[in-house]
Design a protein around this ligand. Structure first.
Ligand code: SDX
Length: 394
């Protein structure tokens, strides 16, 4: 009764279940954005081009890419009144909570949130969201370490600008390494969309009620912050640190198999992939290559490899088709980039923005009806409640 019920699309309001954006084959480990394999996109494009592909349906021409980059740049500054919001968040506020609050507030600063005007300048609204949220994320980080914010620069690319806003400072100039920019592009591309996961389903459902883009994305951010979803990349590192400190990998494999124990192998298993997550395979390969190129040794990478090997040779995981997912190795690369753990899920959100925008656009653009899933009632029957009201008076 309480297992997963696969609802027929008619329950979920057909339009909500059909999409032209992303294809995932969980059995064969295939992921394609707008029909293009993820491996090709990682090899031959930058994140900004993939963002354009997801939102507009095609990769941009050189002129379209230039125009989109200009729009991202022109929309990268936060309204100065909004910048002062950061003065009022408590120091320890989690950046995901700051982000969802600030994004919702955008609707107050950019009044053309009614859908008609948004649809008219969808390019501006999309560019503003993808660009300004990157600035908000970097400002939230600077706030958390008590440093002055660093403004976006017109002469830097999307990912280079983010790294510069995160790590530059008046007394400690940040040296932008092309390798770091490349790795960040790859991570953002791999996280840019993933069909109807939990947070994207929230975005599609809310978008179907004709809610403005900013309020819709704010809800997506909240859904993503859950430890079983986007919060898993931070939970993986915390788990690897715990295993590294303890030293006994097999003990934690045993714990993860014990149904009476709440411990789960974070970064393992997936609702859809019943084979190796193609994104995890790419990230694992990049981990080895990047850490070697920058001569950076992370003991947690050795622990991660040991955990993977122990799990993938254990019948419990093999029988249940539990493999590393996108979150298992991602945190290792974020650590190598200098990104702090409390920003890991924010990174996921930044990358997922174009996917969410594409799904929101798909829901408001078509002839979709409001998403209204039907539930399968398994509560009390009339016979079980007969007579229960007889003795009651107002
Ligand atoms: C993301 O949907 C998306 O696309 C999401 C995402 C995206 O790009 O948007 O891919 C991003 O959210 C990736 C997932 C990140 N979360 C984690 O890594 C958290 C750890 N993973 C698990 O909590 C779990 O695997 C889920 C939540 C991801 C899926 O949970 P399910 O649906 O319960 O998994 P399942 O039905 O395949 O479980 C089958 C069995 C169960 O045991 P039995 O009932 O058969 O005894 O496998 C067990 C589960 O208890 N199991 C695990 C496990 N994951 C599932 N046991 C130990 N460790 C795990 N990680």
């Amino acid at each position: 009764q309480t297992g997963y019920v696969t609802l027929d699309p008619s329950f979920m309001n057909t339009a909500a279940c059909y999409s032209q954006i992303t294809f995932v084959d969980g059995e064969r480990g295939i992921l394609r954005y707008r029909g293009i394999p993820i491996e090709e996109l990682v090899r031959k494009t930058m994140f900004v081009e993939v963002a354009y592909l997801l939102v507009h349906g095609e990769l941009p021409s050189e002129e379209q890419r230039r125009n989109f980059s200009t729009m991202l740049n022109l929309n990268s500054m936060l309204h100065e009144d909004m910048r002062h919001f950061f003065d009022h968040f408590p120091r320890g506020a989690h950046p995901m909570h700051i982000l969802s609050t600030m994004i919702n507030a955008l609707a107050a600063f950019y009044p053309n949130v009614d859908l008609k005007s948004m649809e008219d300048d969808i390019d501006v609204s999309t560019a503003r969201l993808i660009s300004i949220v990157r600035t908000m994320a970097a400002f939230a980080y600077k706030k958390s370490i008590g440093e002055p914010v660093v403004y976006p620069r017109h002469d830097l690319s999307y990912c280079a600008n983010f790294l510069n806003m995160m790590f530059d400072s008046p007394v400690r100039p940040y040296q932008i390494h092309p390798e770091a920019v490349r790795i960040l592009n790859i991570l953002f591309i791999l996280h840019a969309d993933h069909e109807q996961n939990c947070s994207t389903t929230a975005v599609r459902a809310i978008g179907s009620a004709q809610v403005n883009l900013y309020a819709t994305i704010s809800a997506g951010i909240s859904a993503l912050s859950g430890p079983l979803h986007g919060g898993a990349n931070q939970a993986v590192i915390e788990m690897l640190q715990m295993i590294h400190a303890d030293g006994d990998v097999k003990k934690f494999i045993r714990l993860a198999k014990d149904r009476n124990n709440p411990f789960r192998l974070m970064g393992f298993g997936h609702r859809v992939y019943k084979t190796y997550d193609p994104r995890a395979a790419i990230i694992k390969k990049e981990c080895d290559a990047y850490l070697e190129r920058i001569h950076y040794k992370d003991p947690l990478l050795d622990v991660a490899r040991e955990v993977e090997e122990a799990a993938l040779t254990d019948p419990y995981f093999v029988e249940r088709n539990l493999y590393p997912n996108v979150d298992f190795y991602t945190g290792i690369l974020y650590r190598a980039l200098g990104i702090p753990e409390n920003m890991f899920t924010v990174m996921f959100a930044l990358a997922r923005l174009p996917g969410w925008v594409a799904h929101w656009k798909e829901m408001i653009g078509g002839e979709t009806k409001i998403v209204r899933p039907r539930q399968i009632y398994i509560g009390k029957t009339p016979a079980e409640t007969a007579g229960v009201m007889e003795s009651r008076e107002l």
